[in-house]
Design a protein around this ligand. Structure first.
Ligand SMILES: NC(=O)c1ccc[n+]([C@@H]2O[C@H](COP(=O)([O-])OP(=O)(O)OC[C@H]3O[C@@H](n4cnc5c(N)ncnc54)[C@H](OP(=O)(O)O)[C@@H]3O)[C@@H](O)[C@H]2O)c1
Length: 326
């Protein structure tokens, strides 16, 4: 069932590896008809994530043969064409069903989300409830599934006192909420402008920077039992160790240089980490739809401003997700 109007689309691509403001450009790309188990999705919103900027800057490899390279790891939109046998689990029907033209969906992980349209395997396509806005849906799953992975890897439960480093970031915001739902006391590091927001989520905010360990001790006189690091600084890891958290309960998504300390680094690439992320998806969608999970959209940008959005995301920026609107 092909839609002639989506044989081509505008996509934002990395034309080279480097500064997103100069190397990210619009290109017309072919959208192949969906093969078995695939769908074409007309993108209504695309989530912007730090990983996309790292890909553009060449931090995950700079193979010239991969250029021009499509970017964007998650998106939400409407199905326009369906290949043979494309199906997904629909919680509304409590069963797997055929994906249909017109279905509103979330694509995670997407390949080339910064585009008017993309081709996706049905394993990456999830039903989007009508009550969940496209921009929120587009920014929900990468950060949300990562946070769920962290909370699972640290085995957070009632009675724990957890530090979330970077508690007001996209991943940190969800990690704070999931750790609270698990029954933990949560201390979250953040810039002072985000402290009221974190309090409203049930966390105890503290400023990061010099003296952070003492501020956390003051907030948690009974001690800290686990740490979730979304920042990757030596300060976050050294503080967690100085607080006496066992390395096996310090879970990081960014401190790749500190693996020798025995901390747990998760990246979704395999095993338990991948499984935890996949298992979290349906619950994250349901909770964000019901309002049980707060996911903020900080800013929307036209698709053509993808490079500027990536640049801003890599600097101090407003709290919440950045989202591109094709
Ligand atoms: N391994 C994985 O699977 C995985 C998955 C997703 C993301 N990541 C990585 O995780 C990191 C966070 O991603 P994100 O989407 O949450 O980014 P984000 O929304 O930009 O959040 C990052 C937050 O870090 C806080 N921050 C900045 N400097 C800090 C410091 N020195 N100490 C403590 N907090 C600080 C900022 O909060 P304030 O505004 O309060 O300063 C900022 O909001 C990125 O490096 C990303 O690439 C890894």
């Amino acid at each position: 069932m092909a839609d002639e109007s989506l044989r081509t689309a505008t996509a934002m691509v990395a034309t080279e590896y480097g500064d997103p403001t100069t190397v990210v450009a619009a290109r017309t790309v072919d959208i192949a008809p969906p093969g078995p188990g695939q769908v074409v999705v007309a993108v209504r919103a695309a989530g912007v994530n730090p990983v996309d900027g790292k890909v553009v800057r060449g931090l995950f490899g700079a193979d010239p043969a991969a250029l021009p390279r499509r970017i964007g790891s998650e998106a939400a939109g409407v199905v326009t064409a369906v290949g043979d046998g494309a199906r997904y689990f629909d919680p509304d029907d409590d069963q797997r069903r055929d994906i249909c033209v017109g279905d509103e969906v979330i694509v995670y992980r997407a390949v080339g989300g910064y585009a008017q349209a993309l081709l996706a395997d049905d394993t990456s396509v999830h039903p989007k409830p009508a009550a969940l806005d496209f921009p929120v849906a587009a920014g929900l799953l990468l950060a949300g599934a990562t946070a769920a992975d962290m909370v699972g890897a640290a085995d957070i439960r009632a009675g724990d006192t957890v530090v979330v480093h970077g508690g007001a970031g996209a991943v940190g915001t969800v990690a704070v909420q999931l750790a609270r739902k698990a029954g933990a006391t949560v201390i979250a590091t953040a810039a002072p402008r985000n402290h009221d927001f974190l309090r409203a989520l049930g966390a105890i905010p503290v400023a990061y920077g010099e003296g952070v360990a003492d501020r956390i001790r003051g907030a948690a006189p009974g001690g800290v039992t686990a740490a979730l690091d979304t920042v990757g600084t030596d300060e976050a890891i050294d503080t967690s160790l100085a607080l006496g958290v066992p390395p096996t309960r310090i879970v990081s998504i960014a401190a790749f240089g500190r693996a020798d300390d025995g901390i747990v680094i998760v990246d979704g690439s395999g095993g338990d980490s991948k499984r935890r992320r996949e298992e979290a998806i349906a619950g994250l969608i349901a909770e964000a739809t019901s309002g049980g999970l707060v996911v903020e959209v900080a800013k929307t940008f036209p698709l053509a401003q993808a490079g500027a959005a990536l640049d801003e995301l890599a600097r101090a920026h407003p709290r919440g997700k950045f989202v591109l609107l094709p």
